[in-house]
Design a protein around this ligand. Structure first.
Ligand code: MGD
Ligand code: MGD
Ligand code: SF4
Ligand code: MO
Length: 702
């Protein structure tokens, strides 16, 4: 029996794994506080990838003659990768090699990957899929509070708020065990507000449901601030004592009267007034954002505006109140703290800070001058691949780019133009299938490592079974390559030793793990960072006395609403948004292969009024077209979505051929959640071909 955690989302539910004969079974671990024994169906079926026939168990190299992948030994594969990297590096310099990581990697791997890129390869070109996840919330929190820890309080604090506002979160499907906190909050007499263009299972738990046009949450927040100020609901004492910048915000929202907000967001002025009244009358307000609010070209500004709402009400730092971001990937939090991000070093240090470079270089045993500077952000890195300015080789650890990147047709072309693509994975993902070399690695349950959940709680995933013959851990792969690349320092492969080194590298940084050990995590059900020393208790709650800014005050930031980079017009008259369903995880590389999870393929969710106008029928195929590509999938007709909006889940290839690669200027996060599209049925109900797109845009029903 091994107590460990789920391989998927940022809730990192505790579970017990029991080996019965050859079968590995999932059991509840009721003592672990975050989920109290509850799991979603992805958690219950997580062992479904073990022993799967599509599990990779031998390195593969692409045969030059046939163009096919063929089995190879580890030495052959690693020698080949190292020699190709050396050639490219000698010819074009170290930045010609790029490294792409993931927020699902353990802290040890994420830390080691940043070090591997900068020390063993010497490249500045390292980034990861977290840019596509919560990075707008991270940049906003850094700006407003001086630090980014997704939730600055334990998740269970939700239950004690008076009003909880969820902006763009569908947690009932994306972290189902967390939904019980909403039920308990309501049992205590509290109220839940959900802001989403779709009435989701989360919204079904709401006392007030607000249904804006995608990409207009910022205007909604400005309208709220306007009403709160007009109602005298601003906590002037708090604003004076704990913040700066409110005057600018007050001026900037003066013109956002409710009718103007209604025109921009589609939210009736009465709903906005009801929301403002609810917030104005509550003692403890909690505002949480997730991808619906964040994955926009104005994601950072949108989060800043909602933080402004929380600050105006005097909430951040107060008990059972404040602002938080619901991070998404298993290690979405830790993965952004320890150096796989292009501009960061471990401990959330910035790579252009001389003191940070000095400290980290000393821990790594190299000269600070050897460390490269900041590299490109995830999308910019991929966009430049194979061009004169970009990298010619890419190493991928823990991301399925072909499915998950925005404007995926373009990104796939960039991958195809590489001289060398190396993918370490546990299955043949769509990205691995394009690689020149595929390296089979251990998965969850076969290896040990720490993760940092959405609360900033560092937890330990323990190894429960031996890996299949032929696979190696990512740490082994990095050490093997580092040696072959004549790295100036050796790379550790034991996770506990890597964690101790990470602790030293993070010491004194914002995300300080120096006082955390595997034993403490086991004894304490996880330890919240910052935890600088062995006798420090960890930090479940932040900001009670001061914020992490230079003067200890939170910053109000005045922001303007611009709206999505692409808005509907005559040719593309509808809003397209994307997201998740309960039974699939991310690119689906893992969950689509789990037999006990439904794998129904993508669908196009639309309102009956829209379906009637288009001539679309439930279950019948429609084609969604954007300026970047098209997707054919069955219509799913539901009355829960706005009639001007369609929704497509991104777990299957295709959704991202549609999405826009417009980036947020601060976080470099792409606009997954809003672009303009056209939809037409493939055949009408009599089986005749439907009118072509040209005809529809010329006036026939669209
Ligand atoms: N089942 C499942 N759970 C997961 C994952 C998974 O793939 N599958 N992935 C994990 C990861 S990495 C993440 S990041 C989280 C994501 O967790 P969530 O953020 O909860 O998930 P999403 O479905 O991406 O988006 C949430 C909601 O945003 C809404 N939305 C779309 N556009 C807008 C908008 O403009 N404004 C507002 N207010 N809402 C909008 C969508 O309708 C959707 O219901 O989930 C984690 N948990
Ligand atoms: N349209 C649209 N696109 C989106 C989103 C959206 O809402 N809409 N959401 C975005 C978000 S929030 C996210 S987080 C991304 C996620 O997108 P991806 O990066 O594609 O996420 P995963 O499917 O988790 O990919 C992880 C890959 O690594 C492999 N893997 C798992 N564990 C390990 C490991 O320990 N080591 C190695 N080497 N490999 C491992 C898995 O098998 C899988 O192939 O997608 C983004 N894309
Ligand atoms: S909610 Fe997340 S961590 Fe919990 S069982 Fe489901 S996927 Fe796993
Ligand atoms: Mo994510």
């Amino acid at each position: 029996m091994t107590n460990t955690h789920c391989p998927y989302c940022s809730l990192q539910c505790g579970m017990t794994l029991e080996l019965k004969g050859r079968a590995l079974e999932v059991r509840p671990w009721p003592e672990f506080p975050v989920n109290e024994g509850a799991l979603c169906r992805k958690g219950w079926t997580a062992t479904g990838l073990r022993g799967h026939r599509e599990r990779l168990t031998t390195p593969l190299v692409r045969d030059r003659a046939t163009g096919e992948l063929r089995a190879a030994g580890w030495d052959e594969a690693l020698d080949l990768v190292a020699s190709r990297l050396r050639e490219l590096r000698d010819e074009h310099g170290p930045d010609t090699v790029a490294v792409f990581g993931g927020g699902g990697l353990t802290n040890e791997k994420a830390y080691q990957l940043g070090k591997f890129a900068r020390v063993a390869i010497g490249t500045s070109q390292v980034d990861y899929n977290g840019r596509w996840c919560m990075s707008s919330a991270a940049s906003a929190a850094n700006r407003a509070f001086g630090i980014d820890r997704g939730l600055p309080f334990p998740l269970a604090d939700i239950e004690h708020a008076d009003v909880l506002v969820l902006v763009g979160s569908n947690l009932a499907e994306t972290m189902p065990p967390a939904a019980r906190h909403l039920d308990r909050l309501r049992d205590h007499g509290g109220q839940v507000v959900v802001v989403d263009p779709r009435r989701t299972p989360t919204a079904d738990r709401a006392d007030l449901f607000v249904q804006p046009v995608p990409g207009t949450d910022l205007a909604l927040a400005l309208g709220l601030l306007h009403l709160l100020d007009a109602a005298g609901a601003v906590d002037e004492e708090y604003v004076a004592a704990r913040t700066t910048g409110f005057d600018d915000v007050r001026r900037s929202v003066a013109a956002w009267w409710p009718e103007r907000v209604e025109r921009v967001t589609g939210v009736p002025a009465a709903d906005l007034r009801a929301l403002a009244a609810l917030l104005a009358g509550a003692d403890r307000v909690m505002v949480l954002t997730a991808r619906g609010a964040e994955q926009h070209a104005q994601g950072t500004d949108t989060v800043l505006a909602w933080i402004d709402v929380a600050l105006a009400l005097g909430m951040p730092g107060a008990e059972f109140a404040g602002y938080g971001c619901l991070t998404g990937q298993g290690n979405g939090q830790g993965g952004r703290e320890h150096g796989q991000k292009a501009d960061q070093l471990p401990g959330y240090r910035m790579i252009d800070d001389p003191a940070a470079r000095e400290h980290v270089a000393r821990v790594w045993g190299v000269e600070p001058g050897l460390l490269p500077g900041a590299g490109r952000s995830a999308y910019e890195l991929l966009d430049a691949l194979g061009t004169d300015e970009g990298s010619k080789a890419l190493l991928v650890f823990g991301s399925n780019i072909v499915v998950s990147a925005p404007n995926a047709t373009h990104v796939t072309e960039r991958l195809a133009s590489l001289d060398l693509l190396v993918v370490a994975d546990i299955v043949m993902s769509e990205t691995a299938a394009m690689a020149d070399v595929v390296l089979p690695v251990t998965q969850w349950a076969e290896e040990t490592g720490t993760m940092t959940n959405l609360e900033g709680r560092v937890i330990l995933r323990e190894r429960a079974v031996s890996p299949p013959d032929g696979v190696r851990s990512d740490l082994d792969v990095m050490a093997g390559l580092a040696e072959r690349l004549d790295s100036p320092v050796p790379f550790e492969t034991d996770p506990e030793a890597v964690f101790a080194e990470l602790g030293r590298a993070s010491a004194g940084g914002r995300a300080d793990y120096a006082g955390i050990t595997y034993d403490r995590i086991r004894d304490e059900h996880g330890v919240f960072w910052p935890c600088p020393t062995a006798d420090h208790a960890g930090t479940p709650r932040m900001f009670a006395d001061s914020f992490a800014t230079s003067d200890g005050r939170a910053r109000f930031v005045a922001v303007e609403h611009r709206g999505p980079a692409e808005v509907p017009d005559a040719a593309y008259p509808l809003h397209l948004t994307t997201g998740r369903v309960l039974a699939q995880y991310q690119s689906g590389a893992q969950t689509r292969r789990v037999r006990d999870l439904p794998d129904d393929g993508a669908f196009v969710e639309m309102h009956p009024m829209l379906a009637t106008r288009l001539g679309a029928y439930d279950g019948e195929p429609v084609v969604v077209t954007t300026r970047r590509g098209e997707l054919k999938a069955p219509a799913r007709i539901v009355s829960t979505i706005r009639p001007d909006t369609v929704f497509v889940p991104f777990h299957w290839v295709g959704a991202n051929r549609l999405t826009n690669d417009a980036l947020d200027p601060a976080s470099r996060m792409p606009e997954f959640k809003a672009c303009a599209c056209a939809v037409s049925p493939v055949v009408d109900v009599r089986g005749a071909p439907a009118p072509s797109l040209e005809t529809t845009s010329a006036g026939a029903p669209t």
